[in-house]
Design a protein around this ligand. Structure first.
Ligand SMILES: *Cc1c(COP(=O)(O)O)cnc(C)c1O
Length: 475
């Protein structure tokens, strides 16, 4: 399996060669040169496999440069009872992402039982183990530099903590994350994790990361890497739970399902799109946005208009607050018949902050083929949906999953099970839960007093040179 760039000007690469990098050298995103097709016989054989065994079957289709026994061991270490709270608490280890039934044909799929209570753990934990394996094999090391406003940074740190040949330098905006989020990150004492609180906003932290990434000499000398959501390994890891959700919601492989996906950077739903292209019987992929509705606008109108950061609002489902969707280029590549010249033309506009309009093209006319529909959810929708789910179904949803359920209910098909992907636990968003229900979400016991743990963080001005010096002394 070789990987090609959506912009068509990069040499095809093997999986391990794209694992540690981000963008392709031509500025595009990597995708497999074709999607493996899963036959009905294979689907029949996969039904009933444990999560780890299913992950091995699926990932083997995409990874052919790691020996099977090694890949199997990496996956077994990743999708295991130790990592997933619900399994530690007596859940079935074969079901890493179980369904919760809301009513007939309506489910949530639990993706947030990992260390940081958000679905990003599902892929990031695999990334941590793959990084360690490949770096060891090559005798290399890497220094991961990132900026976070919450979920991504903690998922990356919990995935990379204690890993050999990996150090993480994570910038966060000082005083702008919740006490719980700060405690999650800053209480890590692993020697390879460096938390840097920048006296500024998230954008200041992000700008520093970009400035360092643009300094090719520094980047090469200190082996700077990233683990952002465009990383192909993160997307491929997410394909697995669509298959497991399908098997759990159906009795036989001639049935169809629909998934509703709370979306920001289009990473999660991109994995659903690929699962569908592989032949998984998905009738519909329901994309849900919050007030930052750049993707909903596209799927309703054919116009993709990236927003300025001044137009992006801070919402009560903050992990979906995006101005443009970094993985969206992968879907557009498929939509335009994998014509890299078209993608280059469209992203020449996007990269200048301009919109593109596909509404008058044959590609837009062919959109129904991809099964994606969309909708948006506002703060009041979110509050109402959290109340509805609690009152009618007896479950407490986090704010992002509530956005997913709100839009899912607008797009149900008769006789087709609807699976809403649960992307975080309510304990991460106490304030909004209190507003909706008047009660506090219950925290997992092991995190009950995490705010009381000693914290390790350095505070720095948003100064690129100072951050570079800090890294250079420790890398
Ligand atoms: C990251 C995140 C999302 C958005 O996922 P994308 O892959 O960026 O579309 C939704 N919900 C939560 C809780 C997240 O952390």
């Amino acid at each position: 399996m070789r990987y090609i760039s959506t912009r068509g000007h990069a040499a095809p690469q093997a999986f391990c060669d794209i694992l540690l990098g981000g963008l392709a050298p031509d500025g595009g995103l990597y995708l497999p040169e074709s999607y493996p097709h899963i036959s009905r016989r294979e689907l029949d054989a996969w039904r009933g496999l444990s999560y780890a065994d299913l992950a091995f079957e699926i990932l083997s289709k995409f990874i052919d440069d790691i020996p099977a026994a090694d890949l199997k061991a990496i996956i077994a270490r990743t999708y295991t009872a130790d990592v997933y709270r619900h399994v530690r608490n007596g859940g079935d280890a074969a079901l890493i992402t179980p369904l919760t039934r809301l009513d007939d044909g309506l489910y949530t799929q639990e993706l947030s039982n990992g260390p940081t209570l958000a679905f990003k753990d599902m892929a990031m934990q695999l990334l941590g183990n793959l990084f360690e394996y490949v770096l060891e094999r090559r005798g290399e090391s890497i220094n991961i530099l990132g900026a976070t406003s919450g979920d991504t940074g903690s998922a990356a740190e919990y995935a990379m903590r204690g890993k050999h040949n990996v150090k993480v330098f994570m910038l966060s905006p000082e005083g702008r994350m919740s006490a719980f989020q700060r405690a999650q990150m800053y209480s890590l004492t692993d020697a390879n994790i460096f938390n840097i609180a920048v006296t500024g906003m998230f954008d200041d932290a992000q700008d520093i990361v970009k400035a360092v990434a643009n300094d090719a000499a520094f980047k090469a000398r200190y082996r700077i890497g990233a683990v952002n959501s465009i990383n192909w390994a993160r997307v491929v890891a997410q394909i697995v739970y669509y298959f497991q959700g399908y098997f759990l919601a159906t009795r036989a492989n001639d049935e169809q399902v629909a998934f509703a996906v709370p979306s920001g950077n289009f990473g999660n739903i991109c994995a659903g799109h690929i699962a569908r292209m592989m032949g998984l019987p998905i009738a519909r992929l329901v994309l849900a946005t919050n007030e930052n509705d750049v993707l909903d606008e596209f799927f309703r109108s054919g116009v993709y208009r990236p927003r300025a950061s001044s137009e992006t609002s801070i919402t009560s489902s903050p992990s979906m607050d995006i101005s443009k969707a970094s993985n969206f280029e992968r879907f557009i590549f498929d939509l335009v018949g994998r014509d890299a010249a078209v993608v280059r033309e469209l992203w020449a506009k996007v990269d200048k902050g301009e919109a593109f309009d596909l509404s008058a093209t044959p590609w837009w006319a062919a959109m129904p083929r991809f099964g994606i529909v969309s909708g948006k959810s506002t703060h009041s929708d979110r509050i109402n949906t959290i109340r509805l789910a609690h009152g009618r179904y007896g479950v407490m949803l986090d704010t992002h999953t509530a956005d997913g359920l709100k839009v899912a209910l607008e797009h149900r098909l008769p006789g087709v099970p609807m699976i809403v992907l649960e992307t975080a636990q309510p304990a991460k968003f106490e304030e909004t839960i209190r507003e909706a229900l008047g009660t506090e979400p219950v925290r997992p016991a092991d995190l009950a007093s995490i705010e009381a743990l000693p914290q390790r963080v350095v505070v720095m001005a948003p100064d690129v040179e100072a951050v570079k010096r800090y890294i250079a002394e420790r890398a």
